[in-house]
Write a protein that binds this ligand. Structure first.
Ligand code: AMP
Length: 635
């Protein structure tokens, strides 16, 4: 079938289209109704059907492919590679599930997982899914405060962590961060399950609370734990993401819709049949990691390579070497990952046999032309940009080489995928923009299967943050976009105060709030500025309280340290400026966009509402002098 016919059917006849796709997965009880759209903006897919993500990811394949590799967990940090077949994965996940049961975890309980990109993180996720427990994986790069916020929102029955991760040869202990988070959290779980990798022999344990997984693993080595069948719309997992306030949003995913959407995407978008291999360089802590390191490939009967390490470690050929060794057909990475490689010798792209590799997908942030050209010319492979959000759970805009590949237009993630009826509309009037005109990218409800069902325990916030922007009920992506005359979409950045650092979404408010916890700081504004490697980095502008006489460089360094301490290395500011005043309107609103424009050397816009016209001049001078902390040059 061609793309246009399939896509049109998916939006014009959603029940017929998705009813057929439902057959891609196993149901214990078939759905009684394909779509219940009676209470928009909420919608329910495959109503009454019961299924289980773990069963579809593992048990369903045991007859056809027990000895095929399911997960290859490669760590260039520890030097260990683990090749795990579907049969072995089944055993490990049953053992893990039995261990969770012993700790009292059951259906509907939340389990926070704070682990590096290792096989046990996958076992833990699948074990939760098997039991109908709701996992919430928190990216290992987040610091204790971030973890505490997520714990308080999810109110977990258990936290699972590793003793440590590693990055660039350095051990990063996780357990002290967990301990700090649990001291800060109001809803600390009674138990912590620890996977000891032997990386932190001096790790402290809390008697009565901390449990060593090795003991439970030995005890439940032969366990068989029946799957718990869940109604299609029950929650499978929560994944927190940044919004415009300091409080992260718990994106809630369902079971049946997610499984069906992933199964369909594996063949049509990622062009992968059972038995084929995908290398996804994401981390299980992100949406891409959930969908294409774990659930998508396994539901599709594929082999997934999980990678712990730097793109350049031990050398910049590592990803291509993995492609050769495991016959990778589809690779999925991010523009930042490729920009890291681009700084290295291009000869690394030629060293390995990439004959099995067909497609390189990149997502998470805008794909710039030089990076696209370097990768596609250097490898000779088709590079496919795809656009999605934590909320969508799978690509919303992409080309579909598994169906029919349209010509690549560099800079464009292509066309809407199944079930996405998209429009580009005027921010103020809500009217449709003409081809070539910039507007806000919106999705007409019902959202397709796989997208978030709500924000955890906050239906009102779901309604308000996504559907409250226009007179009619439309999901706002909060991204600017343009559609060209051929129907290709181009994404032009966020409409809100969210920035994208190395493909990861960060709320500038979260960073401002952490800087503001320093006693010396009076006011602070954070904006995203272009960075050659990471796409964007946070730039911090702050004023100090009257009477503070410390050297501005010391204050700036303290701000940087505080952000890393509270939010983690992902949020590390690229530059910090201590300035006399921040630009504000007469009504006191911070003019972040003017700050951003000054940083980028572009027009700061209409300044007639400015309270103190000198403020911008002072900032212009501060930028020209260079930051008090960080390496950024003046534009
Ligand atoms: P996250 O939820 O962290 O995956 O971030 C989603 C945001 O990343 C989107 O709202 C976009 O701003 C940005 N994004 C994701 N994919 C792309 C892409 N292919 N091109 C441009 N921006 C993208």
């Amino acid at each position: 079938m061609d793309y246009e016919t399939a896509w049109r059917r998916s939006v014009d006849e959603p029940e017929a289209f998705w009813g057929e796709q439902a057959r891609l997965i196993h149901w214990d009880t078939p759905p009684q109704r394909i779509l219940d759209d009676s209470e928009p903006p909420f919608r329910r897919w495959f109503v009454g059907g019961t299924t289980n993500l773990c069963h579809n990811a593992i048990d369903r394949h045991l007859d056809a492919r027990p000895d095929q590799l399911a997960i290859v967990a490669v760590s260039t940090e520890t030097g260990i590679t683990r090749e795990i077949t579907y049969r072995e994965l089944h055993r490990e996940v049953n053992t893990f599930a039995a261990s969770l049961q012993e700790l009292g975890v059951g259906k509907g309980d939340r389990v926070v997982i704070y682990m590096p990109n290792i096989a046990e993180a996958v076992f833990a996720m699948l074990a939760c899914a098997r039991l109908g427990a709701i996992h919430s994986v928190v990216f290992g790069g987040f610091a204790a405060h971030n973890l505490a916020l997520r714990i308080d929102d999810a109110e977990p029955a258990l936290l699972i962590c590793a003793d440590a991760g590693m990055r660039g040869g350095k051990v990063i202990p996780y357990k002290p961060l967990v301990d700090a988070a649990l001291r800060e959290a109001k809803a600390a779980p009674p138990r912590v399950l620890i996977v000891r990798r032997g990386l932190d022999p001096d790790m402290d344990t809390v008697p009565g609370r901390d449990v060593d997984y090795a003991t439970l693993r030995a005890k439940h080595a032969d366990a068989h734990v029946p799957v718990i069948w869940l109604e299609s719309n029950e929650p499978s997992y929560l994944l927190y993401t940044s919004g415009t306030t300091g409080r992260p949003k718990g994106v809630q995913r369902d079971v049946g819709g997610y499984a069906v959407a992933l199964a369909l995407s594996m063949t049509t978008i990622f062009d992968l049949q059972p038995g084929q291999t995908i290398l996804c360089t994401s981390d299980v802590g992100w949406a891409v990691g959930h969908s294409y390191n774990v659930y998508g490939p396994l539901i599709g009967g594929c082999t997934a390579i999980l990678y712990e390490g730097l793109p350049t470690g031990p050398d910049p050929g590592i990803w291509w070497r993995l492609c050769e060794t495991y016959g990778v057909r589809t690779m999925f990475s991010s523009p930042t990952g490729i920009r890291v490689l681009k700084k290295q010798d291009a000869e690394w792209l030629k060293k390995y046999d990439l004959s099995a590799l067909k497609w390189i997908f990149l997502a998470g942030e805008p794909l710039d032309q030089p990076t696209y050209a370097w990768l596609s010319e250097g490898t000779g492979k088709t590079v496919i940009d795809n656009y999605w959000q934590t909320e969508t759970g799978w690509p919303a805009l992409s080309l579909m080489p598994g169906l029919d590949l349209k010509p690549v237009k560099p800079g464009s993630p292509g066309f809407p995928t199944f079930g996405y009826r998209m429009r580009v509309i005027d921010e103020a009037t809500g009217e449709e923009k003409a081809p070539g005109e910039k507007g806000v990218l919106v999705i007409e409800p019902p959202l397709p299967p796989g997208c978030l069902t709500t924000i955890w325990r906050d239906d009102e916030r779901y309604r308000r943050s996504y559907f409250g922007h226009f007179k009619t009920l439309l999901y706002s992506s909060l991204d600017w976009a343009v559609r060209d005359a051929d129907g290709y979409y181009f994404i032009l950045g966020r409409t809100d105060d969210v920035i994208n650092v190395a493909g990861h979404r960060l709320g500038t408010r979260e960073i401002e709030e952490s800087v503001a916890t320093l006693g010396a700081v009076a006011e602070v504004a954070v904006v995203g500025v272009t960075d050659e490697l990471k796409g964007q980095v946070p730039a911090v502008f702050a004023t100090v309280k009257q009477g503070v006489t410390d050297d501005p460089r010391d204050v700036a360094q303290a701000m940087e340290r505080r952000v890393v301490e509270l939010l983690g290395g992902v949020a590390r500011p690229g530059c910090v400026y201590v300035v006399p005043a921040l630009p504000k309107t007469r009504s006191g609103k911070l003019l972040r966009r003017s700050l951003q424009a000054l940083m980028q050397g572009t027009d700061p816009g209409d300044l007639s509402t400015l309270d103190d016209p000198n403020a911008l001049e002072d900032i212009r001078r501060a930028i020209a002098r260079g930051p008090h902390c960080g390496a950024r040059q003046a534009p």
